[in-house]
Design a protein around this ligand. Structure first.
Ligand SMILES: Cc1cc2nc3c(=O)[nH]c(=O)nc-3n(C[C@H](O)[C@H](O)[C@H](O)COP(=O)(O)OP(=O)(O)OC[C@H]3O[C@@H](n4cnc5c(N)ncnc54)[C@H](O)[C@@H]3O)c2cc1C
Length: 511
C-alpha cells in the first residue's frame, strides 16, 4: 500500500507494529521480509519515487578533514535509496574481517563470519547475484580459460567478485510494496525526530515532515532506522530533545568511527607479452564475476596490515580516467540525474590479445578511528533538521598497508617472471603519511553506530539494537565495526536479513 504523506491531514497519527525508516537497500530488504505477515509494517521514505533536487538538498552537509565528495552527491534521497546509483560490485567478508586483530586498533565484531553464513545466500537473491560460491576453484571449473596470475597462495589469492545487474531496489521492489496489504509505504515522510518515553529507555514515536508543511506522528512497537551511515547518525544526534547528546549517545559514540574504502591508483605493471588478464578484466554490464588480487589472512597478520584488494585496468584506459574523487563535484545535479543514462563505463574489457601494461587500483579498508566522525552542523536543512558535518580522517596504517600490498604483489609477479610492478610516487617515502590529491573513497559509508557488546565501545549490540533503548534498531553498514575489503552492500543486506529474523522472534514473543 502506498500513501503520499503530503496528502494526509496535518498531524495524522500513523500506527503499526514495526516502523522502518528509509527505503533503500536495507529498508526495502527488511520490508520485503515482513510482507504477507500478520504485522502492520510502516515504511517511511523521505523522498518520492524519483530524484528531486529539493529532496536531495536535505542531504547537503559540511565535510572537513580528508577531501570527500559533497554529501548530497554521495547518497540518493528517494525510494530505492542509493541503489539508484550503485555499481553492483559484490563480494563477501572473510573470517578475519570480524576478528580482533591486535595490529588494527578498535577491530573485532561481536559477531563472527559464521553468523552471516545463513544470510549471505538470501542477500545474494535480493541483489540478483549468481550462486553462493566465492572460491576461485569453483569458478575456474565453470570457465577454464580464466587463468590466475602466478603467485604463492600463502600470500595472495584470487578474491572473487560477483556483479549485480545492478539491482535498482526502487524499480525491482516498488510494485510488490505498493500492492502489499500489510506494508504501508509512506513517501514524502522525512523523519526529523525520534521521540523517547519519559526515562528515555524506549522509542515512543517518530516525527515525520515534508515540504507540503505537514507534520505527522508514527507509533510502533519496534523502530528500525535504515537511512545509511551518515543519516542514521544524524537522526540519532538530532533527536536530542530528551537526551541532550542525542539518542543512544550517552557514551559519545554516535557518529564516530566513520569509515570508507580508500579507492586509489597505486602501482603500474608491465608485462613482456600482452595479456588480457581475463580473470581480472571487467566489461561493465556484462561481466558476472571476476577476481581481484587479495592478501591472505596469514600475510595480513605477518605484515600487520589492513585488508585490501588490487584490480587491473589497462594503463592506456586508466590514464584517461578522472579520479573518483573528481567525479560528481561540478554540475552534480545533472550528472546525478543522468548517472543511469551515462552508464558506468570507466572500466573496459581487455582486448583479445591483451595489454602489456596495467594500472593497479586499490580498495583498502580504513582502520576504525574515533576521530573520523559525523556530527551536527549549526546550519539546518529546509525541514529544520541540523545538517550533517563529516570529518573524514585517515591514519598512517592505511598508507602503510597499501604500500605493503604492492610490495608483496611486486615481489610475487617479479619472482614468477611474469612482469614488473612499479609503485606510484606517493608510496615511495615510508615516512610520508600524507595523501595525494586523487585519494578518494568508494562512496561506501560505514561505522557511525558500530556494534559492540559493551555500550562503552559501541552504539548497537550484536543484534543491531541501540544500547539502552529497548525497541530501536539500526539497519545497514552503520553497524560495521571494520570495513573489510569488499564493497558494503551485500554484507549490509545479509546483516539486515539477520536483524529481520531476530525481530520476528522478538515481536512473536511480545516486545
Ligand atoms: C556511485 C556509487 C556507487 C556505488 N557502488 C557500489 C558497489 O558497486 N557495491 C556496493 O556494495 N555498494 C556500492 N555503493 C554503495 C551502496 O549504494 C550503499 O551501500 C547502499 O545503497 C546502502 O544502502 P542503505 O539502504 O543503507 O542506504 P541508501 O540506499 O542510501 O538508502 C537510505 C534510504 O533512506 C532514506 N532516508 C534517509 N534519511 C531519511 C529520513 N530522515 N527519513 C526518511 N527516509 C530517509 C533515503 O531517501 C533512502 O531511500 C555505491 C554508492 C554510490 C554512490
Amino acid at each position: 500500500m502506498h500513501i503520499d504523506a503530503r496528502t494526509l491531514p496535518n498531524n495524522t497519527l500513523i500506527e503499526g507494529d514495526i516502523c522502518i525508516i528509509g527505503a533503500g537497500a536495507a529498508g526495502i530488504s527488511m520490508a520485503m521480509e515482513w510482507m504477507n505477515t500478520a504485522y502492520k509494517v510502516i515504511l517511511l521514505e523521505g523522498g518520492g519515487f524519483q530524484y528531486e533536487t529539493q529532496m536531495q538538498d536535505l542531504y547537503k552537509g559540511k565535510t572537513t578533514g580528508q577531501r570527500y565528495y559533497p554529501l548530497d552527491a554521495a547518497r540518493l534521497h528517494y525510494f530505492g535509496g542509493t541503489t539508484g546509483h550503485w555499481a553492483g560490485f559484490c563480494s563477501v567478508f572473510e573470517k578475519i574481517d570480524f576478528e580482533k586483530r591486535e595490529w588494527v586498533p578498535h577491530s573485532g565484531w561481536p559477531i563472527k563470519r559464521e553468523d552471516l553464513d545463513a544470510y549471505y545466500p538470501r542477500a545474494q537473491k535480493n541483489l540478483d547475484l549468481g550462486p553462493y560460491e566465492w572460491d576461485y576453484a569453483y569458478w575456474l571449473k565453470q570457465d577454464p580459460t580464466m587463468l590466475s596470475l602466478p603467485f604463492d597462495q600463502e600470500v595472495l589469492y584470487n578474491k572473487i567478485w560477483q556483479f549485480s545487474p545492478p539491482t535498482r531496489f526502487g524499480d525491482k521492489y516498488k510494485d510488490a510494496i505498493v500492492k502489499s496489504a500489510n506494508v504501508h509505504l509512506y513517501t514524502y515522510a522525512n523523519v526529523t525526530n525520534i521521540g523517547a518515553n519519559e526515562n528515555v529507555s524506549a522509542v515512543k514515536e517518530v516525527t515525520v515532515k515534508n515540504f507540503a508543511g505537514k507534520e505527522h506522528t508514527v507509533r510502533a512497537k519496534i523502530f528500525v532506522s535504515a537511512c545509511c551511515a551518515i543519516q542514521n547518525a544524524r537522526l540519532l544526534l538530532a533527536s536530542n530533545k530528551q537526551a541532550p547528546k542525542g539518542l543512544g549517545n550517552d557514551n559519545d559514540l554516535v557518529g564516530r568511527y566513520f569509515m570508507e574504502h580508500i579507492e586509489i591508483k597505486s602501482a603500474e605493471m608491465w608485462l613482456p607479452d600482452p595479456d588480457p588478464l581475463k580473470l581480472y578484466a571487467i566489461d561493465f554490464g556484462k561481466t558476472k564475476w571476476r577476481a581481484e588480487l587479495g592478501i591472505t589472512a596469514k600475510a595480513q597478520e605477518q605484515h600487520r596490515i589492513l585488508n585490501g584488494t588490487a584490480s587491473f585496468t589497462p594503463l592506456e584506459i586508466a590514464r584517461k580516467q578522472p579520479a573518483f574523487i573528481d567525479s560528481f563535484t561540478a554540475d552534480r545535479g545533472e550528472s546525478m540525474r543522468n548517472w543511469k543514462k551515462r552508464g558506468h563505463k570507466d572500466e573496459q574489457p581487455a582486448q583479445k590479445k591483451g595489454y602489456a601494461s596495467y594500472q593497479l587500483f586499490t580498495r583498502v579498508e580504513q582502520a576504525p578511528n574515533p576521530d573520523s566522525r559525523v556530527t551536527l552542523d549549526t546550519e539546518a536543512d529546509a525541514l529544520g533538521m541540523p545538517r550533517a558535518d563529516l570529518h573524514w580522517v585517515l591514519t598512517p596504517l592505511e598508507k602503510r598497508s597499501i604500500r605493503t600490498i604492492y610490495e608483496i604483489i611486486g615481489q610475487q609477479i617479479g619472482a614468477a617472471s611474469k612482469g614488473r610492478v612499479r609503485l606510484l610516487e606517493y608510496l615511495w617515502d615510508e615516512k610520508n603519511d600524507s595523501w595525494p590529491e586523487f585519494t578518494g573513497g568508494g562512496w561506501h559509508h560505514m561505522g557511525t553506530t558500530r556494534m559492540s557488546d559493551d555500550p562503552k565501545n559501541g552504539v548497537t549490540d550484536a543484534n543491531c539494537k541501540v544500547h539502552g533503548i529497548s525497541n530501536l534498531y539500526m539497519a545497514g553498514s552503520s553497524n560495521y565495526v571494520t570495513a573489510a575489503a569488499p564493497n558494503p552492500t551485500l554484507t549490509l543486506v545479509a546483516l539486515t536479513l539477520r536483524l529481520s529474523d531476530h525481530l520476528k522472534k522478538q515481536i512473536g514473543g511480545g516486545v
